[in-house]
Design a protein around this ligand. Sequence first.
Ligand code: ADP
Length: 251
Amino acid sequence: DSRVTHLSKRKDELGQLGISFNTMAERISTLLTNQQRLLRDISHELRSPLARAQLALGLTERQQTLTQMPRLKQELDRLDSMLDELLTFSKLDAGQYQLDKQRFDLTELLAEIIDVNQVEADAKQQSIVLKTTTPITISADSRLLARAIENVLRNAIKYSPVQSIISCLLQQHGQVLDITICDQGAGIAQEQLHAIFEPFYRVSDSRTPEAGGTGLGLAIVAQIIRQHGGKVNASNLDKGGLCISLQLPVN
Ligand code: ADP
């Protein structure tokens, strides 16, 4: 089958790409010693889907069938979204993102984000409840802020059980706006709580290809909130479940 022969070539190219990633990461890490850990993690994280893609291609080659194609596509899509998130993270990290600030109603933005993600929640029969009193306006980069809130909400949907309730609370305490999203999932062990905003940090159960995700979601959230002069916090509820709060200065 000529398609299979064609794929064998792609396999070699992927192999080369893997080697290049490693060489690149090694070279850079000797130059930028303070970034070593991050670079080591990046090369490690990129290597996993790459290795699985190579495996799928190897099987295709040996078995001369195309049954591994969905798997291959899944791994390549994953690599693509990882690189995309990595780019966003590094731009934010380097302060290269020019904030496009405008004044808008935060309650409305939250309602829209909930609406967009309702399908995923419905699939797990979860209810998302928005609790807020008055309209709260803020001057911020609405696109970036929406991305931060959505990352937290999507995690709440993903990491909590069917038929559970996710609450989104928007409050103003003096000069601070607080968006807190709580779920009824398993929460996170106390000693790991501080680490979840670190790039690539994932609680071990989440480290499966099936779980999706890149481990960059909350690192991006933290960067976005910091760029707005705010801070992030994670805590467990006594009755179980994780709460992530995003605190922004009133402006
Ligand atoms: P990922 O892409 O793996 O979801 P994130 O940076 O968004 O990465 O989250 C980091 C890790 O924090 C996740 O892998 C998961 O282990 C844990 N986590 C995030 N949100 C929740 C939550 N609502 N409940 C339990 N664990 C969570």
